[in-house]
Design a protein around this ligand. Structure first.
Ligand SMILES: NC(=O)c1ccc[n+]([C@@H]2O[C@H](COP(=O)([O-])OP(=O)(O)OC[C@H]3O[C@@H](n4cnc5c(N)ncnc54)[C@H](O)[C@@H]3O)[C@@H](O)[C@H]2O)c1
Length: 318
């Protein structure tokens, strides 16, 4: 993104989206946030509001509405960052229609707006963990060349989004990049959601409550700090011709070892209870960052320990 350009951020009142908005404003861009506030909060934009309404505009809109296409077309942004989504994997299982309406139809309405406005670039938040799904562990960390195996409605709706993005590039020359994100964590993540194990542990450990780990806790995830994820969105917006790439560290961390690291940083000796594992949960996941480095010049800068410290500090203050 160049100074003085206008970017649209759908889902800009959410966890990752609001951090992206902060960065875009701090580097001199104007931003229009489109969000219906289902899981996002206006308070996530408190810091951004200091730039004034000239620089930051907020449109409370549902990406499923027809209006969203017209609003984007009229605004004529240089770049569209599409992060608004139904983000809850388990909710996608109980209500696959709502998931598809938001993540597939909603994405199409946003892409139509970007096409009509002749936007230079669209960057979409995809999901690396759910895209590859269950694979032979010998293939870890997973590369972009693997065949997708999304085993849930959320994984499927996010994977389909990537196909549409590629089709819009072929059909209309709309330059799009999908970022297959690993497990993003950091300040502002909603502990009431399903996805944010770090936000959940942080809240429980700081309040002295017992945490629950589903299954053995030896299941692994690839945790990437939110500022690193924001770097990837910015870098992707500046480079042409990259259809999609992983955004992860390539490092597997088990839920048990994550819990122990967080407990020791917080100074808690409490032990978690274990409950039976939940269906649909992956055993192991990590995303190979080699192509992100080659294609975008991206790599993660913040170690898990540093990111956990920053996240815990934020939860203490908020
Ligand atoms: N957090 C992660 O680890 C992770 C991993 C992979 C992919 N992603 C993707 O990154 C994006 C951002 O996720 P997040 O973790 O910041 O979650 P979030 O829930 O904080 O952000 C999603 C935002 O979208 C908004 N939204 C939801 N439905 C909408 C609709 N119909 N119309 C308009 N706005 C709507 C919500 O209000 C919220 O502000 C999502 O697309 C998610 O699928 C996140």
């Amino acid at each position: 993104m160049m100074n003085g350009n206008t970017a649209i951020v759908t889902g800009g009142a959410g966890f990752i989206g609001s951090s992206l908005v902060d960065r875009l404003l701090a580097t001199g861009n104007n931003v229009v946030v489109i969000d219906n506030l289902t899981t996002g909060h206006l308070s996530n934009l408190n810091e951004s509001r200091k730039y004034g309404e000239e620089r930051l505009q907020f449109e409370q809109l549902d990406v499923r509405s027809r209006e969203v296409t017209e609003v984007i077309a009229d605004l004529k942004p240089e770049t569209v960052f599409h992060l608004a989504a139904q983000v809850d994997l388990r909710h996608s299982v109980s209500d696959p229609m709502l998931d598809a309406e938001t993540n597939i139809m909603g994405t199409l309405r946003v892409l139509e707006g970007a096409r009509k406005s002749n936007a230079n670039k669209v960057v979409v938040a995809a999901s690396g963990g759910t895209l590859y799904g269950a694979q032979d562990p010998a293939l870890l960390p997973f590369k972009e060349s693997l065949s997708p195996n999304p085993g849930t409605p959320y994984g499927i709706s996010k994977a389909v989004t990537m196909n549409y993005l590629a089709a819009y590039e072929d059909l209309y020359g709309l330059d799009g990049t999908a970022l297959a994100l690993a497990n993003v964590y950091g300040p502002r993540q909603d502990p009431h959601g399903e996805a944010g194990v770090i936000a959940i542990f942080a809240g429980q450990l700081l309040r002295g409550e017992e945490s629950t780990i589903f299954g053995t806790g030896e299941q692994t995830r690839d945790f990437v700090y939110v500022d690193d994820a924001v770097d990837a969105f910015i870098q992707a917006s500046e480079i042409e011709g990259i259809k999609f790439c992983n955004i992860g560290t390539g490092i597997e961390t088990s839920v048990n070892s994550l819990y122990q690291s967080m407990a020791s940083l917080i100074g808690s000796s409490s032990q978690p209870q274990h409950l039976p594992s939940r269906s649909g949960e992956l055993d192991r996941s990590a995303l190979d960052p080699t192509y992100a480095q080659e294609a975008l010049g991206w790599h993660s800068n913040i170690s898990l320990e540093e990111g956990l410290l920053r996240t815990i500090e934020w939860f203490k203050e908020n």
